[in-house]
Design a protein around this ligand. Structure first.
Ligand SMILES: [Zn+2]
Length: 333
């Protein structure tokens, strides 16, 4: 059943049958003359059927949707945008940075493989990286890139009673949506109650963890009564959740530095020695998709450490190896 947040904002539970994260919170905003869906679900029977059911519970159908806002390009958010735009003639609204990224995604994929290889990734990991991204590309990205009913928005742009806030970190152009009147933040995957949002390197010279921390600080400057995330429980205390997330990254950075000691290590070796918040007994137990995410997180943290001169890297045996700059470094964020 949809959950009523305000008299015209509803949280819809959308199943994600093929993904480890089992469901998406889509949101439906009903205005006088239009209905706006925020995020969609994956391109799957489970997602489309649960969307139809949730709308039915509100006395609505797919063709009643007029606009779709996409927080970011991941499959569980953008996945039904193409289909819905064909079924309901909706307008797709997406941040301009994210849209430009979708447009150039093919090139970035090759870059990513190059980065993974240089950082010592196993062949098994490279194989799954290809599966991941080729699926995305074939089904989703190029298709939304093909649509001519896409409208891009800029940072801080206002639309109806909503303000678009660019909060990069989870993706290069992730947006949160702020309802200033009701002090509600639709936080997408930037703030989640139960899990730590994934922050991974998206291209060679980016520093996504730095971007993410800046995004968290930007959000903490807003007055927010509730954050409405794209997965899991509603966040009642946004300030506290932001503090927890910052602390988590601070601990992870210090864990890495401690573990490195005086050794020169490739990112893949570092990833395999981190204590990830997963139920497992050792690196070999993780499936390749988990290793892929862990590797992305590790690279994002190493890039952060490199940019503050805590570690440096050098090429050795065709691989990038990291070493600490000084003996005792303690990061405080
Ligand atoms: Zn998501």
């Amino acid at each position: 059943m949809p959950e009523s947040i305000t008299k015209n904002l509803f949280k819809l539970s959308i199943k994600l049958p093929d993904l480890a994260i089992e469901s998406l919170n889509a949101y439906l905003l009903t205005l006088n003359d239009k209905n706006i869906l925020i995020d969609t679900g994956s391109p799957s029977y489970g997602s489309i059927s649960s969307l139809v059911e949730e709308l039915e519970n509100l006395g609505m159908k797919i063709s009643d949707i007029n606009e779709i806002i996409i927080t970011h390009f991941h499959i569980d958010h953008i996945g039904l945008a193409y289909l819905l735009s064909k079924l309901a003639k909706v307008k797709i609204i997406i941040g301009n940075v994210e849209y430009n990224f979708i447009k150039r995604f093919r090139y970035r994929y090759d870059e990513m493989i190059k980065i993974l290889k240089l950082n010592g990734a196993s062949q098994q990991l490279l194989d799954i990286a290809f599966d991941f991204t080729s699926g995305f590309r074939a089904n989703i990205y190029s298709r939304v890139g093909e649509l001519n009913n896409v409208e891009t928005v800029n940072d801080s742009q206002q639309l109806y009673n909503l303000k678009f806030l660019f909060t990069p970190g989870h993706t290069i152009g992730h947006i949160c949506i702020y309802d200033e009147e009701n002090k509600l933040l639709l936080s997408g995957d930037t703030l989640l109650a139960d899990i730590t949002p994934n922050v991974s390197l998206y291209e060679e010279n980016c520093n996504p963890l730095n971007e993410y921390l800046k995004s968290l600080k930007r959000i903490s400057s807003l007055e927010v009564k509730k954050s409405l995330p794209a997965h899991g429980r509603i966040i009642e205390n946004t300030e506290e959740r932001i503090r927890e997330l910052i602390k988590h990254h601070e601990e992870r950075l210090n864990e890495m530095l401690e573990m490195m000691g005086n050794r020169e290590l490739a990112a893949y070796e570092i990833a395999s020695k981190i204590k990830w918040k997963l139920k497992y007994n050792g690196w070999d137990e993780l499936d390749p998709s988990q290793k892929y995410l862990a590797m992305g997180e590790t690279l994002a943290h190493l890039k952060y450490l490199e940019d503050i001169n805590a570690v440096r890297k050098r090429i050795s045996d065709g691989m990038i190896k990291y070493i600490k700059q000084k003996e005792n470094i303690k990061i405080s964020l």
